[in-house]
Design a protein around this ligand. Sequence first.
Ligand SMILES: [Zn+2]
Length: 143
Amino acid sequence: MGEQEPDRTGRPAGGPASTLHPDRWTEPFWAAARRHVLVVALCVDCGTPRPVPPGPYCWECDAQDVVWSPLPGTGKVFTYTVVRQVERPYAIAVVELDGVTGVRLMSDLVGVDPETVGIGMPVEVWWDDVDATTTIPRFAVPG
Ligand SMILES: [Zn+2]
């Protein structure tokens, strides 16, 4: 099986699992997801959080090494859009994660009536076990 290049748009080519191209920078994130733990990479030198999934360099100090830190798995809707060109409309949200400053994760909102979604709405991670090796964090209303 050849190495697949990530789609430049970041969108899946053939389904959720095809968005995952773990490398040394992102593998710990996906390994933690497999254990249903949401983690963030913090710069070892200055503590600046990396985006999820992280790139190889700190944007503050250019350091490479990170330490992975668990997050509570909750957050708030930072912004969202509703996809209506489907049989069952759904919301896609950018979620500002609790427990770290300025780190956001995009996800569809699972089991949420899109008409009830609003900016600032609390959400929590919902682990989608796609197959035997892949788990993707999505978000739902805290239950
Ligand atoms: Zn740094």
